[in-house]
Design a protein around this ligand. Structure first.
Ligand code: GRG
Length: 295
């Protein structure tokens, strides 16, 4: 196992344990809601965003126990967004993380409520995290709510994305959408690690620059995988972007150019790490992982 695989596997175990402690068990009423939460959260997923919280926080000197609740909270918000994105009113997908989507396994109303409550549980987990100073908790809640919401966050990006379907948008508009829909949560994951480690403003600026490259890289590789991978490998329906007439990097640039663009952005992400005077080996390897990922 490589060093990064080791890191991912340790991180997944700790994050999943933290999630398990934070979530009501399946015997607690309303049982259907709590079953649906656990079905959605423990059904796979790369845990990339929590890994980023832990990797950045550790690089800047925070202890893992201070990072884990925020890492778990961000995974809850990410999972809520996947559940809602899969609903018939949005992407209408049957498969997620290799299993039936939440609304297929349960029902639409339960899936809507599962997403809703994962978002509130996430903020509750941070608000109640006694390992963190109150000032830090408020800062995290503010930054994560901005990144998840509107006008510059994930929900705004999702709305813009839905409005752009079938319209053949230009590259500037595509970047505006992805910066919000995918980039904001990835950026705040990195910033959250640095905030918990009490990084100074210059360090926060550098890590934000790194994360912005990583977010864009993540989206380009996501678009590439949608075209190049099978449904079985992805654990979600492949080829959806083309059938929904979505503006994507391969659609605008072609496959080869989109791949080159991904490599360039990866290089820029690695370059930003040179300006950070901290141990950033794992962060560089995370960028490599995103460039080369197969799911
Ligand atoms: C419904 C509010 C709302 C937002 C939806 C998540 C999202 C925003 C849309 C999903 C569509 C999509 C393909 C977005 C691009 C990037 C993305 C979020 C991919 C899925 O993340 P992974 O690959 O998933 O990290 P796992 O399952 O590994 O956690």
């Amino acid at each position: 196992m490589s060093e990064l695989e080791n890191f991912f596997s340790r991180c997944r175990r700790s994050v999943d344990k933290t999630l398990d402690e934070l979530l009501p068990d399946e015997q607690t009423e309303p049982m259907r809601l709590h079953e649906a939460i656990r079905w959605s959260l423990f059904g796979g997923g790369k845990r990339f965003r929590p890994a980023l919280v832990v990797a950045v926080g550790s690089s800047f000197g925070a202890s893992e126990e201070k990072l884990l609740r925020t890492a778990a909270a961000i995974e809850m918000i990410h999972t809520y967004s996947l559940i809602h994105d899969d609903l018939p009113a949005m992407d209408n997908d049957d498969l997620r993380r290799g299993r039936p989507t939440c609304h297929k396994k349960f029902d639409e109303a339960t899936a809507i409520l599962t997403g809703d409550v994962l978002q509130t549980l996430a903020f509750q987990a941070i608000a109640e995290d006694e390992r963190l100073d109150t000032r830090i908790r408020v800062k995290l809640i503010l930054e994560i709510s901005r990144a998840a919401g509107t006008p510059a966050g994930m929900v705004a990006g999702q709305q813009l994305d839905l409005e752009a379907e079938g319209k053949g948008v230009l590259i500037e508009e595509l970047e505006r959408i992805h910066h919000r829909k995918t980039g904001a949560i990835i950026t705040v994951s990195a910033r959250a690690g640095a905030i918990i480690a009490e990084a100074d403003s210059k360090e926060l600026e550098e890590i934000t620059r790194f994360a912005a490259h990583l977010g864009l890289l993540f989206q380009i590789t996501d678009d590439l995988l949608d075209v190049t991978q099978t449904t079985k490998v992805l654990g979600k329906t492949a080829g959806k972007d083309a059938s929904a007439e979505k503006a994507t990097y391969p659609a605008i640039y072609g496959l080869k150019q989109a791949q080159i663009l991904a490599e360039n952005i990866h290089g820029q992400a690695r370059e930003t790490l040179n300006k950070i005077d901290k141990p950033t080996k794992v962060l560089g390897e995370l960028a490599d992982f995103i460039l080369n990922r197969k799911t």
